[in-house]
Design a protein around this ligand. Structure first.
Ligand SMILES: Cc1cc2nc3c(=O)[nH]c(=O)nc-3n(C[C@H](O)[C@H](O)[C@H](O)COP(=O)(O)OP(=O)(O)OC[C@H]3O[C@@H](n4cnc5c(N)ncnc54)[C@H](O)[C@@H]3O)c2cc1C
Length: 402
């Protein structure tokens, strides 16, 4: 959350150096002036940039990868709450998503319960194609998306952020921005450059994509097993054109733990078969799980999405919050630039989710996860209710009386 101390620190800004050294002969040298500079062309950054551009701001996005959909870490499941609350998702081409109606939850001894909630579903997505579509859509709304462009630092000068670009196609350019948003993921460079809080607690996840896998198609299959996935679960789903099978675990040190899909595949062979061919893609990545960070804003700057730790500590889902708060941040910044409201750094970030219950559940899961207990509780009304709350939120059915 916003801490007033970061505002007061801002009175004596730490950066005084000038924009980049003059480029050598043949290099581009120019200044680009924008209202808002967003770092990161993923769910949070693109939602923020598009909302601000639709509200009339000049917006630029910097993305270090050559395409937004390249080298993704995410499974890409989008919950119905996101589809209900983020109007942009209504425009997503149907070919990029597939509806999944229920969850099949397996205990460590491989018994299962099927969970549904009336009117609730998930989207499996072709996440790379979805993000590339989002870039096109943001550009069509007026956002200048610069791919292959690394953010390194921001300098506060003359009441603006100056962002020198020393790599990529814009090398030698200096971006001058009234506002900066860090939507650059779990290891945010913007947070580091601006002296904001940084994520320290993570899950680590790995996922294989297969063509020709076999499983019951209408479920997100979730596997609880303390040995294979301590602190989280394994999962399998028939996605868009591929099947996705993965698992994640708690990270007890800052080094990514050894995590392999093969032991999970052996364990779940009776219900999920990857087919005969090797995986067509492998993804892995860190998921912040400590909740929203203490200092996510300072004057004319804020973090959003994973950069702010905005991931459910229980489900490890972050796309919904990234899209929703990204979009709202863009709208709030547009109102600020138009002079209608105070700097959102002082009020908007207070609306970020606190995940109080989910942080308590994460603590309990970290300390008391027990395969024996899960085997015994699977199928009880209490366990079903708890699982439905985790997966379906408000749409979970009430606990039966008696
Ligand atoms: C294995 C795995 C599976 C997951 N599955 C799901 C799921 O099914 N559903 C769900 O809701 N959530 C899931 N999550 C979490 C979800 O992916 C994240 O919460 C979500 O992607 C956050 O979006 P974001 O826009 O905040 O950040 P990110 O998606 O991390 O994007 C950050 C962007 O910033 C760019 N960037 C970083 N540094 C720089 C820099 N210095 N300069 C320029 N650009 C930079 C990156 O290249 C990237 O494009 C999963 C995470 C993992 C690791």
């Amino acid at each position: 959350m916003f801490a007033s101390s970061s505002f007061s620190r801002f009175d004596t800004p730490p950066f005084f150096s000038a924009c980049p050294a003059p480029p050598s002969a043949g290099e581009r040298s120019s200044n680009t002036v924008v209202d808002l500079l967003v770092v990161g062309a993923s769910f949070a950054g693109l939602a923020c940039a598009r909302a601000a551009a639709l509200a009339g701001l000049r917006v630029m996005v910097l993305e270090k990868k050559s395409s937004a959909g390249a080298k993704l870490h995410t499974t890409g499941i989008i919950v119905k709450d996101a589809v209900d609350t983020v109007p942009w998702l209504a425009e997503v081409p149907p070919a990029l998503v597939r509806r999944i109606d229920g969850v099949r939850l397996y205990s460590p001894d491989m018994r299962h319960v099927d969970l549904h909630a009336p009117g609730y579903w998930f989207w499996a997505t072709d996440a790379p194609a979805l993000l590339d579509w989002m870039v096109d859509s943001a550009r069509a709304s007026g956002v200048d998306v610069q791919l292959g462009t690394l953010f390194e630092q921001a300098l506060w000068m003359n009441d603006r952020w100056e962002i020198p670009l020393t790599h990529g196609p814009c090398r030698g350019t200096c971006i001058s921005a009234r506002y900066i948003v860090g939507a650059d993921g779990p290891h945010s460079r913007v947070a580091k450059a601006l002296g904001l809080s940084r994520n320290t607690r993570f899950l680590y996840g790995i996922e294989h994509e297969y063509r020709g896998a076999r499983m019951a198609p209408d479920f997100l299959h979730c596997f609880v097993d303390r040995q294979l996935a301590p602190g989280y679960i394994g999962w399998a789903l028939d996605g868009v054109g591929v099947s996705q099978i993965g698992l994640a675990r708690r990270m007890d040190t800052q080094a990514a733990p050894a995590l392999r899909v093969d032991p999970l595949l052996r364990k779940i062979a009776s219900v999920v078969s990857p087919g005969d061919a090797p995986p067509v893609a492998i993804r892995a990545g860190m998921i912040p799980c400590g909740g929203v960070l203490p200092v996510v804003a300072r004057e004319r700057a804020l973090l959003v999405g994973d950069a702010a730790g905005m991931v459910s500590p229980v489900t490890a889902g972050g796309i919904h919050t990234a899209l929703q708060h990204g979009e709202r941040a863009g709208e709030a910044i547009a109102r600020f630039v138009r002079g209608e409201v105070e700097d959102p750094a002082s009020w908007f970030v207070r609306s970020y989710p606190r995940f109080r219950l989910k942080r308590a559940l994460r603590w309990a899961f970290d300390h008391f996860q027990s395969d024996w207990m899960f085997n015994r509780l699977l199928g009880t009304p209490q366990m079903r209710r708890m699982a439905e709350l985790v997966y379906f939120h408000r749409k979970a059915s009430p606990l039966p009386r008696g």
